[in-house]
Write a protein that binds this ligand. Sequence first.
Ligand code: SF4
Ligand code: SF4
Length: 100
Amino acid sequence: MDAFEQWLNMSWEKNAKERKQITQEKRQSCICPACPSYNRCAREHSELLYCIAGKSMLCISEDTGCTCRKCPVTQKLGLIYHDFCMKGGEAAQRYEHELH
Ligand code: SF4
Ligand code: SF4
């Protein structure tokens, strides 16, 4: 089990309040607003933490670069993938790659 899987298991053992707090801490570390693909719509909707929350539903569709690899959350959770706002969260991308 790698760091991300351990983190997922750990977070599901917590109650809703603790999960919210953990997510809030990670949101503060998210550097998406410094990314060239992050646009005004995403900013106005306070979208962040796509690696956990999943794709941007309404705002981001044009890939002009991704700064996820430089993000502290990537290091801390051992994320393998990136472009989460367009391709889906880490768990979803892992699942998709397992199927192919
Ligand atoms: S890895 Fe990407 S989506 Fe996840 S917190 Fe960092 S910048 Fe945001
Ligand atoms: S997930 Fe990656 S591509 Fe999308 S806004 Fe965040 S840093 Fe940029």
